[in-house]
Write a protein that binds this ligand. Structure first.
Ligand code: NAD
Length: 375
């Protein structure tokens, strides 16, 4: 079923962006953007890792009317900017989604109660309750009548667990989400919300776009406290070992589990490309550079210039055995895929976490913020 399409020049522009001929806000005239620079853009989950990075990018691209929303108190946001409308609202509540969506031309929904395997294996109900956020946000978007594009952040955790039992990193194609056997809790919520986006598009004509992120990492991400994911956790543990002089590291699982990791800049770039594309179905947004957790530790050790004794905790949450992103479809549609080498992205991440760690050791509160980030 075809969705209502923008007409004339705007549609041609969407096609060109989808083909990868132009990249929004970077290599073509800023006037050509789909959403004008003074249109209102809502980023939900802006106090978190990816939402904060997206707000930062939109500002750099010249968008002037950005509304950033997160349930966290403002002083706990990873990145916060004074020239943006910052609202602390619980988006589980429909009335708050109405406030957040008011007048928005574009909505990015990156709000969810989530974390790494340690969090999602022990908080399944909390993860599933994020269904309220996307449901109410879709309803609010529809009610506004101003929303031209709605982006939803799904996850590789929607993929059928039976297709991820080998350690040889099966490359997951989009079709591998069905027959459905998603990650319990978190993955099922994502799969349901994907379908909700699809049916709002098919039944109500709201232009929705969905990306399935594969492990995102980078500066400004969670790096301690229980919600951090493998790259940040490994960097922190290597830093702890280096600083303490106790040259040992605990690794969750056997270390031979395989994953791919996408650098944050590729993620925000991909979010915009997919939002502006003509791609109707959920699509992988991930790196196809698969590594074992042991190889991830090798890289972190190399960056730190140390070698550590490895202790494997086989009872710790470890997720599926193998997972990689099959990028055939994104290549076909966008002639593009995330391409930052893990070594390059991890080095930037390691340096950032190192600064955070040292600041915390000195008793400084919160995360270190980039120059110009209003606080
Ligand atoms: P994050 O936890 O850093 O950010 C999510 C933000 O949502 C948090 O700041 C949180 O406070 C906010 N939030 C939670 N409940 C809320 C509510 N009721 N109302 C308003 N805000 C609320 O996570 P992230 O890594 O930035 O992830 C962003 C999105 O991408 C999420 O939907 C996540 O499921 C998805 N995703 C992330 C990854 C990854 O590797 N980081 C992988 C797959 C999918």
């Amino acid at each position: 079923m075809m969705e209502p399409r923008p007409s004339g020049e705007n549609y041609q522009l969407i096609v060109r962006i989808a083909r990868g001929e132009i990249i929004r806000g970077t290599d073509f005239s800023i006037e050509e953007t789909l959403v004008a620079l003074n249109d209102k853009i809502l980023v939900a989950g802006a106090g978190g890792f990816i939402g904060g990075a997206l707000v930062s990018l939109l500002r750099k691209q010249g968008y002037r009317d950005i509304r950033a929303v997160d349930v966290k108190p403002l002083d706990e946001w990873y990145q916060r900017f004074d020239d943006v409308e910052n609202l602390s609202l619980d988006l589980n509540l429909k009335e708050n989604c109405d406030i957040a969506a008011e007048g928005a031309a574009e909505i990015y929904n990156l709000a969810a109660n989530m974390g790494g395997m340690g969090f999602i294996e022990h908080n399944k109900a909390l993860c599933m309750l994020s269904v309220l956020i996307n449901t109410h946000m879709l309803q609010a978007a529809l009610k506004q009548g101003t929303v031209r594009r709605f982006f939803y952040a799904s996850s590789a955790c929607v993929y059928n667990g039976d297709k991820q039992t080998t350690f040889e990193a099966p490359s997951l194609k989009e079709e591998d989400a069905y027959p459905a056997l998603a990650e319990d809790g978190y993955g099922w919520e994502k799969l349901f919300s994907e379908r909700m986006c699809r049916h709002f598009r098919e039944d109500f004509g709201l232009i929705t776009r969905v990306a399935r992120f594969h492990n995102v990492y980078g500066p400004w991400g969670t790096w301690f406290g229980g919600r951090e994911k493998a790259p940040a956790a490994i960097c922190r543990k290597v830093i702890e070992a280096k600083v303490s002089g106790k040259h040992e590291i605990e690794i969750w699982g056997s270390g031979v589990q395989t994953r791919s990791f996408m650098f944050i800049d590729d993620c925000t770039d991909g979010i915009q490309r997919i939002t502006n594309s003509d791609i109707l179905e959920p699509i992988n947004l991930g790196s196809s550079e698969a590594v074992t957790i042991n190889q991830l530790v090798d890289i972190a050790e190399d960056i730190a210039g140390i070698k550590l004794k490895r202790n494997y905790d086989l009872n710790a949450p470890k997720g599926v055995n193998g997972r990689n992103s099959d990028n055939t479809l994104i290549q076909k549609y966008l002639h593009w895929e995330p391409s930052t080498p893990l070594r390059v992205g991890l080095e930037k991440t390691y340096r950032w976490i190192f600064d955070q760690y040292m600041a915390r050791e000195k008793g400084e509160a919160g995360v270190v913020r980039e120059a110009g980030a209003g606080r």
